[in-house]
Structure formats: C-alpha cells, structure tokens
Design a protein. Structure first.
Lengths: 89, 141
C-alpha cells in the first residue's frame, strides 16, 4: 500500500452501485463483490489479480445494466401484447 | 494523461450532452407521469418473475415524489435509493468526465471494508423489505 509505483486499477464501484439499483440486483451484487476484491488485491499488493477482478467487475456491471434495461423493456412489450390480446379476444 | 487535452475535452462534452439528453427528457417524464399509476415505464424483471421486491424497486416512484418536493414520500418508497442519490450523481458526473477546478472529478473508490459494508447493507435491505412483518413492511414500496 501507498507504493508510488502502485498502478491505478479501477474497482468500478460506481458502476456496480448503479447496476444494483437499476433493477438488476443479482448481477449488480456480483459486480459489488468483484469491486471489493479489486480493493482487497490492491491493498495486498497483488496488482495482476486486481486487474483481473477489475475487468470482471466492469463486465458484470455493464452486463447487468444491459440485462436489467432490456428485461424491463421486454416486459413493457409483454404487457402491451397482453392488453392487445385481451382487447382482441 | 494530459497529452491531448483538447480532444479529451471534446469527448467529455459529447458525453455530457448525451447525459443531458438522457436525463432531461426522463426527468420531465418522471415529473409529469407518476410511475405508480402508469404502465409507460420499464418494469422490474425481478419483481415480475418472483413477486419479491428488489433493492431498486420503488426507485422511479421515489424519484417522482422527490421531483414534486416530497422527500418523506420518496423515503417511504425506497429509502436506499434516496440515500444513495449523492453516490449515483457522483457516478454519473464522474462518468461524463466533469471537471472541478480544472481536474477530473475523482473516481468513486472506497476501501475494501467500505465496499463489504455497502454489500451487506444492500443485502440486508433486500431481505428486510420482503419480510411481511410490521416494522419492516414500511421498507417495501
């Protein structure tokens, strides 16, 4: 810690919090776990492991945002289809 | 870092424009149309699949109440979202590269222990707001 040569590895904490709160909590929680592991590896001085965890935190964060938003929009479509079905049938 | 400041600045203003182009119409819609009474908004897949409330459920309704100046109603719908708004704002503004006194906004970084506490808090909130027992029912939207 406090090593001036320590690389700046992002934990993507903000992304993980956004993912968790925008209705995709299961994936967001995984992103939060990886964000915590980034910081743990950084504090332990294992920068390679921190970079790997950072990439996973970013992938899980963006992945769950996309899944949450697409899932929500698909459900709107499903609701519209259901209303149309009731109107026609 | 700063070898091409002018290009970075142009990129940042594009991102700021995109953010404003998303936030302003969504904010106007949220102000005009109550998500609690309209099926116009995206639905929560977790709630639809399981019938349970997720930590984010009630967020849009809470934002609608906040925009109408009713913070207590917003806290009632989703206290965790209202309390984490400063963090979400920081994430959004930092993500578009907002500069504060010539420097980029510092990235949101907490020590590992802080992230673990936040994780525990979210999981606890998730569990408690689904308990059908009186003191915790107020946490559900």
């Amino acid at each position: 810690m406090n090593d001036p040569k320590a690389p700046d590895v992002p934990s993507h904490l903000a992304l993980a919090i956004v993912a968790t709160m925008i209705c995709s909590p299961p994936g967001g929680i995984v992103a939060l776990v990886y964000a915590a592991r980034v910081r743990e590896f950084l504090e332990a001085g294992d920068f390679e492991a921190a970079r790997r965890a950072s990439r996973k935190a970013r992938a899980w964060g963006w992945g769950s945002i996309v899944v949450g938003v697409i899932g929500g929009i698909v459900l709107i479509g499903g609701g519209v289809a259901l209303v149309l079905y009731y109107l026609v049938a | 870092m700063n070898d091409r400041p002018s290009r970075a600045l142009a990129f940042d203003s594009v991102r700021a424009l995109i953010l404003a182009g998303l936030v302003l119409p969504v904010g106007a819609l949220l102000f005009r149309v109550d998500p609690g009474r309209s099926s116009l908004y995206p639905r929560c897949p977790f709630h639809d699949l399981t019938g349970l409330h997720c930590p984010g459920c009630g967020s849009l309704r809470a934002l609608h109440q906040l925009l109408h100046g009713r913070p207590l109603a917003a806290l009632d719908l989703n206290p965790l979202l209202v309390l984490s708004l400063p963090i979400l704002g920081h994430a959004a503004l930092g993500g578009v590269g907002l500069r504060w006194r010539g420097r980029p906004l510092p990235r949101l970084e907490w020590p590992a222990r802080g992230v673990r506490w936040l994780l525990g808090l979210i999981l606890l909130f998730w569990l408690l707001r689904n308990l059908p027992v009186e003191p915790f029912r107020c946490l559900a939207p």
